[in-house]
Design a protein around this ligand. Structure first.
Ligand code: 7PJ
Length: 274
């Protein structure tokens, strides 16, 4: 079981996390309310399609993306978090900032998903003071520079050691084990070879005993393998998702919820009988 605020996830079957970005984008100049209404509709559709939780992000962590001020991130994400939580939907908020974490928790977030694994000053304390789940992700470097020259002694051992150390810091601060998820952070300071090694050996992270989240959906490593642009990576994403399931992932963080649920159900039927 993973405990996340008023939600508990029985991890005897894997769970799908639908990605909803609330960043201003080039396809829409309709302003904040338009974007927020669209994000809400998108999230509700994902839940109808079988998402177990919705991951809301107000700051792009794509390689080279500029930082977003805390007040802007709060204005983007918190109204949507509040609205979805009121509808009984489990919401995860993807943020690195303790101030946004605090606002998300007050707005009913079930999980804090942090690509910095709660390393910002005060982040662990904010999460320890609430009953939210936490997703601790590994990243080498920071989003501005992480893809410049990623290097590891042994990528699987290095990532695993980092995640175990962050989980220990969290439990020492009072976050129970039952609230912690680990994530190797595909694409965050990793070459294609690093990403492949991590996916191939995902069971080594699963062997820590913590539930593992895999986020491979539409990522650039899949683009490099297939030669496809970002909007043509669904097949590659589904393939990566099933590989992650076969290696023990408990959560899949994806854009294409309906298709991922189908792929997962085929895998589950084969593994466990329909
Ligand atoms: C991840 C994330 C991931 C977790 C992003 C993208 C980049 N959070 N946030 N794991 N990726 N936990 O979706 O392409 O892999 S943003």
């Amino acid at each position: 079981m993973l405990r996340c605020g008023r939600f508990s996830f029985d991890l005897s079957r894997p769970r799908v996390m639908g990605i909803v970005n609330v960043t201003p984008d080039s396809f829409s100049d309709g302003g904040r309310y338009f974007n927020q209404a669209r994000a809400l509709d998108h999230a509700r559709q994902m839940v109808a399609d079988g998402a177990d939780l919705i991951d809301l992000g107000g700051e792009s962590t794509r390689p080279g993306a500029p930082p977003v001020p805390e007040a802007d991130e709060i204005a983007r994400v918190i109204p949507i978090c509040e609205a979805l939580a009121r509808e009984g939907i489990a919401v995860s908020v993807d943020t690195r900032k303790p101030g946004v974490m605090r606002a998300a928790i007050a707005a009913g977030a079930a999980m804090i998903n942090d690509v910095c694994a709660l390393t910002a000053a005060g982040a662990v304390e904010v999460c320890a003071a609430a009953d939210v789940g936490v997703c601790l992700m590994h990243m080498q470097g920071d989003p501005q520079t992480m893809q410049a020259a990623p290097a590891y002694v042994d990528v699987v051992a290095d990532v695993r050691a980092f995640l175990v150390a962050r989980a220990a810091a969290c439990t020492a601060a009072g976050i129970p084990r039952e609230r912690i998820v680990l994530d190797p952070g595909f694409g965050f300071g990793k070459t294609v070879a690093h990403n492949l090694a991590l996916l191939r050996s995902l069971h080594a992270i699963v062997a820590t005993g913590f539930p593992v989240l895999a986020g491979l959906s539409r990522k650039s490593a899949l683009g490099q393998i297939t030669g496809r642009p970002v909007d043509e990576r669904m097949a590659a994403s589904l393939s990566a998702a099933v590989i992650a399931l076969a290696r023990g992932a408990s959560f899949l963080r994806v854009h294409d919820v309906r298709e991922t649920v189908d792929a997962m159900n085929v895998w589950l039927a084969v593994e466990r009988g329909a």
